[in-house]
Design a protein around this ligand. Structure first.
Ligand SMILES: [Zn+2]
Ligand SMILES: [Zn+2]
Length: 305
């Protein structure tokens, strides 16, 4: 799974940062998570095609997470999209999107299917399983877990041949987990490869439900609006500190933490923001617009965009 950060700012865009938007790509399918103002232009200057967006996941209705939707949806219509597009958001989302689209005269030639989701819901986007968990942001809000399917183990054909199995239906039966004669599948088929799982919190206070949803995940993308010295402000505004995000990563046992949505007040001390997280959890990254990662079960590589 690839992760491309299209907007990493908090609340307002800046010269260097757009507002919240993250693209996940698995095969050629793209799932967009949040769609702040300016997201469509960010996609246009990225290596991803917005015509390959199969679904959009919205964490909450604050403008820095949804104001990019009307423009993006209308542009896709002008560019000839015909495939229906499902957009998932928390309670009240369908109504809000309807109002935004009618206020901007935003009819589309393809079908937009807005759906309100609740914690505990789970659904498929092509081969990806999306699960919804609760977050704590003072308004209706949710986070998303996106998983690739597990891949069957690799068949060792040479070994199977040496055990007397012939190419054809018998090989296929072993691959499906069936024994052939006295050859058992575990003798010739490797272990199942776990699909990559990515968690995105959107905006939230430190939350037990985030930790629960993130257990054993490959990547936790956690908001990190404040530093620990401003933890009172973080609490007041229903946001997290970088230390709290790192503590959740440790508790959940994730492979890696990606911090986003950092307040512009820390622009000159972003190294300190990262250090605060790394002191708690070494595998922490502080992401910028257009940071692009390739996450496999064995490695997490940065890619140039
Ligand atoms: Zn926000
Ligand atoms: Zn918010």
């Amino acid at each position: 799974m690839e992760i491309l950060f299209l907007g990493t700012g908090a609340s307002v865009p800046s010269r260097d940062r757009s507002t919240s938007c993250i693209a996940l790509r698995s095969g050629s399918d793209i799932v967009l998570m949040d769609c702040g103002e300016g997201s469509q232009r960010q996609i246009m200057v990225s290596p991803f095609s917005f015509m390959k967006i199969r679904a959009i996941l919205i964490t909450h209705l604050h403008g820095d997470h949804i104001l990019g939707l009307p423009g993006l949806l209308q542009t896709m219509s002008l560019m000839g999209r015909s495939e229906p597009l499902a957009i998932f958001g928390p309670e009240g989302f369908s109504k809000a999107l309807g109002m935004m689209m009618s206020a901007t005269d935003g009819d589309t030639f393809y079908t937009v299917e807005p759906r309100d989701v609740a914690p505990g819901d789970s659904f498929m986007v092509r081969s990806l399983r999306v699960s919804v968990f609760s977050t704590d942001h003072g308004v209706p809000s949710v986070g998303f877990s996106v998983s690739e399917p597990d891949l069957p183990g690799k068949l060792d054909r040479e070994k199977a041949l040496s055990l007397g199995i012939k190419d054809g239906p018998d090989m296929a039966r072993l691959k499906r987990g069936e024994a052939v004669g006295n050859v058992r599948p575990e003798q010739v088929v490797g272990p199942v490869q776990k699909g990559v799982r990515v968690i995105y919190t959107g905006d939230t206070l430190r939350s037990d439900s985030v930790v629960e949803a993130s257990r054993g995940a490959d990547v936790l993308i956690h908001e990190s609006t404040y530093m620990e010295g401003d933890s009172v402000l973080a609490k007041e505004h229903f946001h997290s500190t970088s230390r709290q995000a790192a503590e959740s990563a440790v508790e959940a046992g994730v492979r890696c933490l990606m911090l986003t949505h950092v307040s512009g007040r820390y622009d000159d001390v972003r190294e300190e923001v990262l250090t605060e997280a790394k002191e708690v959890f070494e595998e922490s990254y502080l992401v910028n617009d257009f940071d692009h990662f390739d996450v496999s079960p064995r490695s997490i590589r940065t890619m140039s965009s």
